[in-house]
Structures are given as C-alpha cells and as structure tokens.
Design a binder for this molecule. Structure first.
Ligand code: NAD
Ligand code: MG
Length: 481
C-alpha cells in the first residue's frame, strides 16, 4: 500500500472471534409493512453484505401506489386510534418497543453488521443500547407533553427518510419522538440497509402496536421522492446528503409541510498543546474511524497546534497501526466494510484528489480482504484549507491534518466550512473549552471526548448541515404543532 515503517505493524495477532449469525433468521424476500401487514410490491431489489458481497435478501421496491397506501394507512391510524389514545397509553407501547429491542438486541446487532458492514463491537455496544435508550427516553415524554410546549398537539402523518450509516439508530431517532408526540409514521430506510427496519416492523407487531401507526416502505430515491411529494403528509424528517436535503426543501416550498433536515458535516477536532496526548489520540481515532468514518459528525479535519503536531502525528500513526480492519462480525474488528461500491468510489475519488492537490497520504500496512468493499484507515498531511479534502465531506476513514498556532487561528479554521454540525476540543482539564466552544459555529461541541450521544441531548447543525434538532425536548417539539 505504501512505504510505512515496519515498526508500525501491529505486534498483536488474534485468533478469529466471530459472532454467530445463527441468531438471525433472514428471509429470502421481504414485503412492505403497511397497516400492520406485509404487502408485496411488483418490483424488488437486492441488499448485500458489503463485507462479502453476499446477497442477503430481495426487498420490495415501493412505487407511487404503495407509498399512497402507506400514507393512507398512517392517516387512518392517526385519526381513528393514535390521536385518541391518552399519552400514558402511547407510552405503554413505546416502553414495550424499548424492552423488546433490548431483549432482541443481539439479533439486531448481528443483522445490522451484516447489512451495513459496521463492526459488531459497535452495533452491539453503541447502536443497539442507544436505540432502546431512545425509545425509553421518549416513552417517558408521551404523557408529559405539556412540559415541552403549551397546548401540545401532534402534526399528523410524519414521512421519515433515513440514511445507511446508522440504520436502526436513525430509525429510533425518528420514530420514538414522532410516536411519543402522537403522530403516525411512514418510514423509508436507505436502499443498502433495509433489513433492521424490516425486523423492527416485526417488533411493532410483537408489541401489538395498532395497525398503521408505523409503516415501513423500502425503495431508493424515487420512493423517497414520492413520499416527500405526497399531499397528505404533514411533516418530513430527513437525514442524508445536503444535495437531497436541498431538493426536499425545494419540493415542499409553498406547502404547509413541516421539515427538519439533518445533513452533512466536516467537523474540526482541535488539539491544543496542553492536551493529554494519548487521550487526544484516542479521540482522534474515535472521531474519524468510528463506523468507518461514515458519520455525519465525524472529526474529519484534525486541527493540531503546531508545536505538538509532530508528537501527536507520531503517536497517531502508531495507534492507527494497531487498528484491525476486517470481518464486521469478528469481535476484534475495529474497522469494518465500506457500506457500498458507490460509497467506496466516492471515497477513492476524493482521496485521489488529495494526492493530486499535493497532500501526503499515509496508511498503516494493512491487508484488505479480496471480496467486499474496503478502504484502509488513511491520513493526509500537508493539507491546506483550500484543498477539497479539507472542504468536502469524504464520509469514509480519511483524516485531513491541518495545523494552527493560536486559539484564534484554530477557531477561524474550524469555522471555515460550509457545514456546522459538530466539533471536538482537546485541552488540559478543559481550560480552553468554554472560550473555544463559544466561538465555534457547530451544533454539538465535545470537550475531551468525541462521538458521545444521549437521548436527552439535542443534536443538529448550522448552515449547510441542516435545520431542526433531534433528541431531548427540542427533538419532541419538531413533532408538535
Ligand atoms: P442520500 O441523501 O443519497 O440518501 C439518504 C436517504 O434519502 C436514502 O434513504 C435515500 O434513498 C433517500 N433519497 C435519495 N434521493 C432522494 C430524493 N430525491 N427524495 C427523497 N429521498 C431521497 O445520502 P447517502 O449518500 O445515502 O448518505 C450519506 C450522506 O448522508 C452524507 O452526506 C452524510 O453526511 C449524510 N448524513 C447526515 C446525518 C446527520 O445526522 N446529519 C446522518 C447520516 C448521514
Ligand atoms: Mg446492505
């Protein structure tokens, strides 16, 4: 791959420790979940495991007729049952869902790692605990809405469109507050990662959720567009790329549909010279290599103070040499597969632009499997603010390193981006945090940590990162009139 020093090689060897996939029963084909029942669509498409390219299942491709049927079911459920229930009764269903997800979490984690490519260590220890935490948290709000807003009233039918990087977690972020606030839902998962949403439909049946309160329809961009444009939808909640977000904002302009958009990011992770270096290095690694860097709030721009840059980079490279890339179901894996061939192409092309612009690329020696979609953990030094790799979202395991001399320069560089979702600040005992955080135009600022999420804490962006907040009381307000 490149001429890295042999001393960077991982000194540890592990026996394979694969999680069994026997716990999951993947069907050969799936229908759409509409009005509490499984409905076949005329067309279908395949979802694959990105680590092996194995076809996991055939999934229905919802056309306009099916989108219409799902919205109709959601409307009927809203009018006849869900809006008539007392908050404490809606809460019972949400608590039930939270408990069932927790009980079936191993099944969900294995399925998520298979369909998405993320390491089981992350789906098991991050995604799934957060999913049930999200349902528990919003279950608690369902009978207390008047503490969120005076005279709280639901919006009606919420159309929810989510990406492939945290398939089940994004579903939870969308469905839990919507139902707590009294709305019904039509949700469309991303076309490369539909399987955990379809398993969630089974959880809705198991929880005896009234038919039509949650509808899950699968398909690609066309299906999403039909859902956005459907006249009987009251609210659109979208997480995905800034381009699609922009097209949704245009499509609903002039209607009375409410919209929240969670879009891209290009977060700065700022390391000051007084930071504890080993902790900062862990935070840099977590910031950019967690979930293969398929994270909208990833710390993809490292800003390191010039007088410690050499030391930080040396330790960072040593740490990157110990990262294990490979089988997502292996419990020792740190970095799994890139979610799709398309995403691998995007990462590969933008990294090549980095080379062409004159930045220096480095990766540890690392054997990648022959099949599936993979990209070695990578860093670029010699990056300037004008470089495309410093401006555009790569959405992969690629870090751009820039340096700064003063706190003011750090803030200027951190804010020099069209995005504003998140940032990280590393400094001894938090000494510089308050001043710096106050200057940063980012929705979330982490101090001496990174990528921490909690259902009680709102998340969302400034500028081209979108508008609206998810999580906490703010996330509830987005589903109330
Ligand atoms: P994408 O925007 O292409 O797809 C996201 C979802 O939108 C998918 O379900 C897709 O089928 C659907 N979609 C596509 N075209 C549509 C249209 N015209 N109308 C309606 N729906 C449509 O994004 P992607 O490439 O799959 O995902 C990566 C992007 O998502 C990155 O840019 C990343 O930053 C962003 N993202 C943001 C957040 C956040 O919370 N801010 C979280 C995850 C991902
Ligand atoms: Mg898949």
């Amino acid at each position: 791959m490149n001429q890295a020093d042999m001393s960077d090689r991982n000194p540890f060897e592990y026996a394979p420790a694969p999680e069994s996939r026997a716990i999951v029963d993947i069907k050969s084909s799936y229908g759409l979940f509409i009005n509490g029942e499984w409905v076949e669509a005329g067309q279908s498409f395949k979802t694959v495991s990105p680590s092996t390219e194995e076809v996991l299942a055939e999934v229905s491709d919802a056309g306009e007729a099916e989108v219409g049927a799902a919205v109709k079911a959601a409307r009927r459920a809203y009018v006849r049952t869900w809006s008539k229930l007392a908050g404490r009764d809606r809460a019972k269903y949400l608590y039930r869902i939270a408990r069932i997800v927790a009980e079936r979490s191993r099944e969900f984690a294995v399925l998520e790692s298979l369909d998405n490519g993320k390491p089981i260590r992350e789906s098991r220890d991050v995604d799934l605990p957060l999913v049930s935490a999200w349902f528990f948290y919003y279950a608690g709000w369902a009978d207390k809405l008047e503490y969120a807003r005076a005279d709280p009233r639901a919006l009606g039918v919420a159309a929810q469109i989510i990406p492939w990087n945290f398939p089940l977690l994004m579903l939870a972020w969308k469905i839990a507050p919507a139902l707590a606030a009294g709305n019904t839902v039509v949700l469309k998962p991303a076309e490369t990662t539909p399987l955990t949403a379809l398993l969630f439909a089974e959880v809705c049946q198991q929880a005896d959720l009234p038919p039509g309160v949650v509808n899950i329809i699968t398909g690609a961009g066309q299906t999403g567009r039909a859902l956005v444009e459907h006249p009987d939808v009251d609210k659109i909640a979208f997480t995905g790329s800034t381009d699609v977000g922009r097209s949704i904002a245009k499509a609903v302009a002039g209607t009375d549909k409410r919209v929240t958009l969670e879009l891209g990011g290009k977060a700065a992770n700022i390391v000051f010279d007084d930071a504890p270096v080993d902790q900062a290095v862990e935070g840099i690694v977590n910031g950019i290599f967690f979930n293969q860097g398929h994270v909208c709030c990833a710390g993809s721009r490292l800003l390191v103070q010039e007088n410690v840059a050499e030391e930080v980079l040396a330790r960072l490279k040593r740490r990157m040499g110990t990262l294990r890339v490979g089988d997502p179901l292996d419990k020792n894996t740190d970095i799994g597969a890139i979610n799709s061939a398309e995403q691998l192409d995007r990462i590969t092309q933008l990294a090549a632009v980095g080379d062409a612009e004159g930045a220096q690329r480095w990766s540890p020696p690392c054997e990648l499997p022959d099949r599936g979609f993979w990209f070695a953990p990578t860093l670029f030094t010699g990056v300037t603010q004008a470089h495309r790799i410093a401006r555009e979202e790569i959405f992969g395991p690629v870090l751009s390193v820039l340096t700064f001399r003063t706190p003011t320069e750090a803030v200027e560089k951190a804010n020099n981006t069209p995005y504003g979702l998140s940032a990280g600040v590393w400094t001894d005992k938090g000494s510089r945090i308050l001043w710096v955080a106050d200057q940063l135009r980012a929705g979330v600022v982490w101090a001496n940590t990174f990528n921490k999420f909690d259902p009680g804490s709102p998340f969302g962006g400034y500028k081209e990162s979108g508008y609206g907040r998810e999580g906490g009381k703010h996330g509830l307000e987005a589903y109330l009139r």
